[in-house]
Design a protein around this ligand. Sequence first.
Ligand SMILES: *Cc1c(COP(=O)(O)O)cnc(C)c1O
Length: 331
Amino acid sequence: MNLERFPRRRYTEGRTPVEYLANFSRAVGGPEVYVKRDDLLGLTGGGNKTRKLEFLVGDALAGGADTLITCGAVQSNHCRLTLAAAVKEGLKCRLILAESTPGAYRPDAGGNVFLYHLLGVERITVVPWGTDLPAALAAAAAEAAAEGRRPYIIPLGGSNPIGALGYVACGQELAAQMAETGTAFDNIVVAGGSAGTQGRLLLGLRSEGCRVPVTGISVLNPREAQEKLVWEMVGKTADYLGIAVPVERSEIAVRDEYLGPGYTLPTAAMVEAVKLLAATEGILLDPSYTGKAMAGLIDLARKGVFPAGSKVLFIHTGGWPALFASQSLFV
Ligand SMILES: *Cc1c(COP(=O)(O)O)cnc(C)c1O
């Protein structure tokens, strides 16, 4: 399937590496663990949103936009990367941040909040959790338009059919890497938030004829709700591309045992996973997504769900700058 017809900017040179984690695999015991280093994607700090933004910003520029408007949690990787893309393209960027508890946003916080300021965000609007974010984005765009701007709205997590193309492209890239190196993975593990990454990765792999199972570790929703979301993402993307759905409903697999008390709330297993990968491989995970997803991989390996001798690929979706807003968890 050819994605050439869609406007796209390039923020990463070539492909992200697939690496074998010898020390980490030995420490976990059981399967051989590999990682696809999407934490090394371009733009400030990398991570999965960079792939989505290649197509979203391509579309924004094609339409003549001069201001990107998006939203996220207080420590949002998506907001950081949208802002980074705006900086690179010479656009302005305004952010709407939803606070989980009143006062959760502190302008002097570390991690992504520090980077919003360092990268020169034009405006931050803080709203309570539960705010109708699509309405808040529309209001911010109307305000910008009234100031003579040409705003472009990017939805939460960049997870619309345009942003989706980024992970379809990743699925294709990965299928090519597997074919060239002759590496057949038995399972792929990826963190799941808005479910865009899991759904589109699956679609990209299947559209290349690659049948490897993909396990999503939910950091947001209970299993059934998340599986439904992944399935919807697959369907919407296939529609947008004008192709038949290349995925079976029964292939959508989500685990929710590693979510803990809720989205962005730490768990002991997440802390262990972050420390173990750092100490064995020098690779940084994040507390909200990849730390919990890796905690899932470790547990499934220990339980033999990923058996000894099998090959498991972890998609590192990034997020490590958020570590520097929660250092006290790890000391
Ligand atoms: C946003 C994000 C995810 C989740 O991606 P979705 O497409 O929303 O499921 C995973 N990992 C990191 C680090 C993220 O920032």
